[in-house]
Write a protein that binds this ligand. Structure first.
Ligand code: IPD
Ligand code: CA
Ligand code: CA
Ligand code: CA
Length: 274
């Protein structure tokens, strides 16, 4: 059996994320070299690649038997199969569009899974120096202070995050607009800040009440899923069942009661799994 000591893995992961933060900070206000992936607004920079490379090196050096799934490695053709082995899931820069524009809402998101359960979740916005952390059954923290989801359960008083994403397929764009239209006059406010992981961190810390998105990937949501759970919130499939991290869709909220008010209003876009 593989040994998995959550405290040892957490210390290495936290140090790696802090070092990744230094790479992002160093590049943040400089001109970036930007490449496109699936379309003109699906961006990657040399910083995304450098952070991912550094994190892979750190894992190999410390835990040569651990597996790795990273956004930019998958983009380069590596497979994205999740096994029961200890697996690090990394989004080196979540909010790349924000990063490219020096809009200070980008982060590193790192989760460590074992037997397909998230045991460690870390989300770090190095520009604003906000470090969100969670270990399974040990609570969720922002800069070492405990965080808790909001107590709001009434949709009409809720701040809801509904991202646009980077998919410019006409059917996907129509679906995004349908959801925004359906929710606009039923909520207190709608937001789209451009980082899935920081959206989830905001729900965990009580700054937003709900966030949903169709088209997200496992690296966008794995860390946030644990942080929200440990902060007392819920992460569900967009049809209300248990969340499948590989399913490309997710709704999270401060309570199931709130999530269940939004779910019937959503256009259930069908997407390919990871
Ligand atoms: C994106 C951001 C964005 C979300 C997209 C993600 P990236 O991640 O989290 O908020 O709407 O679905 O792909 O590409 O900046 O890492
Ligand atoms: Ca991306
Ligand atoms: Ca992302
Ligand atoms: Ca990314």
């Amino acid at each position: 059996m593989t040994e998995f000591d959550v405290e040892v893995v957490f210390e290495v992961a936290l140090k790696a994320v802090k070092d990744a933060g230094e790479i992002i900070k160093e590049a943040f206000y400089k001109k970036k070299s930007v490449l496109t992936k699936s379309c003109d607004v699906d961006l990657v920079t040399e910083t995304d690649q450098a952070v991912e490379k550094m994190l892979i090196g750190r894992i190999k050096e410390n835990f040569p038997n651990h597996m790795f799934i990273g956004e930019e490695s998958v983009a380069a053709g590596e497979n994205c199969d999740l096994t029961n082995d200890p697996t690090w899931i990394v989004d080196p820069v979540d909010g790349t569009m924000n990063f490219v524009h020096s809009f200070p809402h980008s982060c590193i998101a790192l989760a460590v899974l074992y037997n397909k359960d998230v045991h460690i979740g870390i989300i770090y916005n190095p520009i604003l120096d906000q470090m969100y952390t969670a270990k399974c059954n040990q609570g969720a923290f922002l800069n070492d202070k405990p965080i808790r989801v909001s107590e709001e359960t009434d949709l009409s008083k809720s701040l809801v995050i509904a991202e646009f994403g980077t998919n410019r397929d006409p059917q996907k764009m129509e679906s995004v607009l349908k959801n925004i239209t359906a929710l606009m006059n039923k909520v207190h406010g709608l937001r789209a800040m451009g980082s899935a992981a920081l959206n989830m961190a905001s729900v965990a810390a009580g700054g937003a009440d709900c966030y949903f998105e169709f088209g997200i990937h496992v690296w966008d949501i794995a860390a946030g899923a644990l942080i929200i759970k440990e902060a007392g919130g819920v992460c569900l499939d967009t049809e209300g069942g248990p969340l499948d991290l590989m399913s490309r869709r997710m709704i999270c909220a401060s309570s199931e009661k709130l999530a269940l008010q939004i779910i019937p209003l959503l256009d259930q876009l069908k997407l390919e799994r990871d």
